[in-house]
Design a protein around this ligand. Structure first.
Ligand code: SF4
Ligand code: SF4
Ligand code: SF4
Length: 255
């Protein structure tokens, strides 16, 4: 398991015991005061079809062939993974995306400049943007967990398919219960949304071997420091100009 502080928290998703009730979707909307979207039935109960700026988690419905029944219906929660090595945080130039003490990747809407770089830095296609172009996604109920309350979706889940707690303890408990595969245990230095499986995660549509896009490393190592140096240079130049020449005065137009 990746090295982590004892305070790191996580959501453990166990798709095998999810019944697809979508109470978690409703609870999230309720706590975060997110409006519903008008959608059309497109041949599946998965609704809305994908994450939206006002839908922070969805249950993905997948049908797979089965020997016992004509078809098997699989349900899995799709949401922000709260990556330890978070591409969105690394690439964000304004500091709008940040990590909390518990390990959540939260956002400050006021700081978002709407550049949408975070969507290019995310291996899971999570960030969405509201009508004003500001980032919007699951923030692990950072306000609730800071007050020692479980995230709203976890609190509502009737089967225990969503659990919240100490990350290391959740993973150990899942393994003890026979879930040999923990998706996200070590990927991207450890995800904050981890998934317990007895089957292959790809059966549920989870991405194999998720990794940061190479553009994130380049941006984080070279361009972002340069942008700060550039900003620092502008501020320093302005300060030097002020000390040496004094405040800028409007020049009168010569007639
Ligand atoms: S899943 Fe995407 S949006 Fe969520 S923390 Fe990871 S990189 Fe950021
Ligand atoms: S953790 Fe909170 S914000 Fe994230 S999906 Fe659950 S209820 Fe929504
Ligand atoms: S509330 Fe729990 S059981 Fe219901 S859909 Fe969500 S994860 Fe599955």
């Amino acid at each position: 398991m990746a090295n982590e502080s004892n305070s790191r928290k996580a959501i453990l998703v166990t798709p095998e015991i999810c019944i697809g009730c979508r109470a978690c979707q409703v609870a999230c909307k309720s706590w975060n005061q997110l409006p519903a979207s008008k959608t059309k039935n497109n041949g599946t109960y998965q609704n809305p079809p994908d994450l939206e700026s006002n839908t922070f988690n969805i249950i993905r419905f997948t049908e797979v062939p089965s020997q016992e029944t004509p078809v098997r219906w699989l349900f899995v929660s799709r949401r922000c993974m709260h990556c330890e090595d978070a591409g969105c945080v690394k690439i964000c130039p304004s500091g709008a995306l940040y990590k909390t003490a518990e390990g959540a990747v939260a956002f400050d809407r006021d700081k978002c400049i709407g550049c949408k770089l975070c969507s290019t830095g995310c291996p899971f296609d999570v960030p969405r943007y509201d009508k004003e172009g500001k980032v919007s996604k699951c923030h692990l109920c950072f306000d609730r967990i800071a007050a020692n309350m479980a995230p709203s979706c976890v609190k509502t889940c009737p089967t225990g398919a969503l659990k919240y707690g100490d990350r290391a303890e959740l993973i150990a408990e899942a393994k003890k219960n026979g879930y040999a595969t923990i998706y996200g245990e070590n990927d991207l230095k450890g995800l904050g949304s981890v998934y317990a499986f007895k089957e292959e995660p790809k059966l549920y549509g989870l991405k194999e071997n998720p990794a940061l896009p190479s553009s994130v490393a380049f941006w984080h190592s070279y361009l972002k420091p340069l942008s700060w140096i550039g900003l620092g240079g502008v501020v320093a130049a302005a300060a030097i100009h002020y000390l040496a020449i004094g405040p800028h005065k409007e020049e009168k137009e010569e007639v």
